[in-house]
Write a new protein. Structure first.
Length: 284
């Protein structure tokens, strides 16, 4: 299929972008990497009146470190995240997730901001942002505001972004010396969207868990912070019994759907298996 007819605008500044968004409202779509948007256009799942291409705007990409926070520009390509030393050192969960994001050709064009704004519940990066307690910086002509990841993802392909706003930056707290992470997913083929995935960010002090954030994705309309599973780990040593307790607690955290890829029962089972494996792979 071919995309429906649309107009095309390529602003050179945020100010121009905001004018376009205010004028066109819900009829406009931001074009960043286009790796999710273009297929949705070609399949007639989206029919915007105008595409606003922000690739020419300077200052929206790159990774910097300041005051204990890793700042990632929304236009930073996946491939740049995958190979960025700052990300590997200070946000290793993101580095571990990046090879699972689609395929190399897509990572060359896709952006972190595009992935987060699209908010596919089976995507890797939204789950990582939730596990890392990231803050997403949204900008409009009137204001610039920060939204916690837990509040940003609001439903199936729905976010806290208003029509006149764009995502410009992501703030990620840097990993501490006792921070550990785990990331696993199961897909039909490497690079496909996950049937089920698990992202874990925790602290291990002398082998004892604290401040664990365990996020499952591919199990609902949004990535799910498994609070009961995290509570089952708090203050306990990393051993098989504790890992089993955390996996069992997922029954109270998750209510996965059934679809052509997997039944609800299978998804819950896979989430438990991946959780045990991810926890087992953590080192004190």
């Amino acid at each position: 299929m071919k995309a429906p007819a649309f107009k095309y605008a390529r602003p050179s500044s945020l100010a121009e972008t905001f004018v376009l968004l205010e004028h066109h409202g819900d009829d406009a779509r931001i074009l960043a990497g286009g790796q999710s948007l273009m297929p949705s256009l070609n399949m007639r799942l989206s029919a915007p009146h105008v595409l606003v291409d922000i690739n020419r705007i300077e200052g929206l990409s790159g990774v910097t470190l300041a005051d204990g926070v890793l700042r990632i520009g929304a236009m930073t390509r996946h491939v740049a995240l995958e190979h960025c030393p700052l990300v590997a050192q200070h946000a290793p969960l993101i580095a571990s997730a990046m090879p699972h994001v689609a395929h190399a050709a897509i990572r060359n064009r896709g952006t972190i901001g595009g992935s987060l704004a699209f908010a596919d519940p089976a995507a890797e990066l939204p789950a990582c942002m939730l596990a890392l307690e990231a803050r997403l910086i949204l900008a409009s002509a009137k204001e610039r505001r920060a939204v916690d990841a837990v509040d940003f993802f609001q439903g199936l392909f729905e976010t806290a972004l208003a029509n006149e706003e764009i995502l410009v930056e992501i703030e990620v707290p840097v990993a501490e010396t006792d921070t550990r992470h785990g990331f696993l997913e199961l897909a039909r083929r490497h690079g496909d969207y996950a049937i089920v995935g698990v992202a874990i960010n925790t602290k291990l002090r002398q082998g004892v868990f604290s401040d664990t954030r365990l996020v499952c994705f591919g199990v609902g309309n949004v990535p799910v912070l498994a609070q009961n599973a995290g509570a089952a780990l708090e203050g306990r040593a990393n051993n098989p019994e504790v890992r089993d307790d955390a996996a069992s607690a997922l029954e109270r955290d998750l209510n996965p759907p059934s679809d052509l890829n997997a039944s609800a029962e299978m998804r819950l089972h896979l989430a438990k298996v991946l959780t045990r494996r991810a926890l087992e792979g953590l080192r004190s």
